[in-house]
Design a protein around this ligand. Structure first.
Ligand SMILES: *Cc1c(COP(=O)(O)O)cnc(C)c1O
Length: 358
């Protein structure tokens, strides 16, 4: 029986609950007591259809969505959604608005530009994306406004969503981490591997009434309506990532749902930010009011001490806190499955480091 030996702060693919990993490995051998592996049965079997149905129901429940939304589980990662969103929603002669809050948003903008008129309505590029733009004007004529709820690389998070007739959101790195009113969004998408499951599945929640308004001839695999009609089984869906995502969603619901996890996530983030602000050797890189509860980015006043710090956290069995190459320093990802005890271990290492080197 594995107890937590390694404290996994990886930014993605990220930590999953231990019980989920156990259930997932069991399903690889004997799924639903069929004496068959989940990996070797038809996606059209009754048993897998039940997985799809329950996943859809749980996503709707946890995001507060009604039946005007369709839930899809697709391949291609969040990056394919950068293209599918404009392909399905951006009309000939229409304009899509984007808020540029970092690398992922920039990649979404790049794809949208290939498909139609794209306007960047706000950007935080001037300060290396260390804050969330606020108070900008939003043209009322946009086909949609695209935002990124959590900027995984910079450690910034939208605390208040802008109001737009059609709001589209990349929630890859904070989906199911806090209470949101899903009905405010026209479309939500998230790659599974940050906060939901393994890489390979992407969840899309789309208000069906937004579809069918573009004139372009649609490639089948790129057309949300084709996937809706096929109930995410137009082609073989990523069965294993979908199943493990379902296990994670069950884990979340059974432990108290979004209210519970939001409280836990707040505790973890508060504890770590408090230490970063208190500790004389570190400082946070994101603007305080925009700090992410999922990815905590911090650097050292004296970067030449990094090797010493690295040694300390490695010997405390901490893994995955080196910062993204664009930001440097450190990034501790506190996804849903990360226990408060692991955050406390990191905090203790930071205190110890200060005692030794300040
Ligand atoms: C990781 C990430 C992506 C990219 O996801 P892929 O599944 O690798 O395409 C996109 N957006 C955000 C916010 C991310 O954190």
């Amino acid at each position: 029986m594995k107890t937590i030996k390694v404290h996994n702060f990886s930014a993605g693919p990220g930590i999953l609950p231990e019980e989920v990993l156990r259930q997932a490995s069991e399903a690889c051998i004997n799924f639903d007591d069929l004496n068959l592996s989940l990996l070797e049965i038809s996606h059209r079997s009754k048993n897998f259809e039940a997985v799809m149905e329950e996943s859809t129901t749980l996503v709707k429940e946890l995001l507060d969505l009604d039946d005007s939304y369709k839930i899809l589980f697709l391949g291609g990662g969040a990056s394919l959604q950068f293209a599918m969103v404009p392909y399905n929603l951006l009309r000939d002669g229409g304009t899509a608005g984007y808020v540029n809050t970092g690398v992922w948003a920039s990649k979404a903008i790049k794809e949208a530009r290939l498909i139609g008129n794209t306007q960047v309505v706000a950007s935080s590029e001037d300060k290396k994306f260390n804050y969330i733009p606020k108070g900008f004007g939003i043209p009322t004529t946009l086909d949609y406004l695209h935002v990124t709820s959590n900027n995984t690389i910079y450690g910034t998070q939208l605390k208040k969503f802008p109001t737009a007739a059609t709001l589209v959101c990349d929630m890859s790195s904070d989906i199911f981490s806090r209470k949101i009113d899903g009905k405010k969004f026209g479309l939500i998408y998230a790659g599974a591997q940050k906060n939901m499951g393994p890489a390979g599945a992407t969840m899309v929640a789309v208000k069906e009434s937004l579809l069918g308004k573009v004139n372009r001839p649609m490639l089948s695999m790129m057309d949300y309506r084709v996937h809706i009609k096929g109930e995410s089984m137009y082609n073989t869906p990523p069965v294993f990532p979908i199943y493990v995502s379902l296990l994670t969603l069950r884990w979340l619901r059974n432990n108290g749902g979004i209210e519970w996890i939001e409280r836990v996530n707040q505790q973890k983030a508060d504890a770590l930010y408090t230490e970063i602000d208190r500790n004389s050797l570190f400082f946070g890189t994101a603007a305080k009011e925009d700090r992410s509860n999922m990815n905590v980015t911090f650097v050292m006043h004296k970067p030449e001490l990094e090797p010493e710090f690295d040694q300390l956290w490695k010997s405390a069995n901490i893994s995955g806190i080196r910062g993204h190459r664009d930001v440097g320093g450190y990034r501790a990802s506190l996804y849903n499955a990360m226990p408060l005890q692991s955050v406390q271990v990191l905090i203790d290492v930071m205190k110890d480091f200060e005692k030794k080197f300040a």
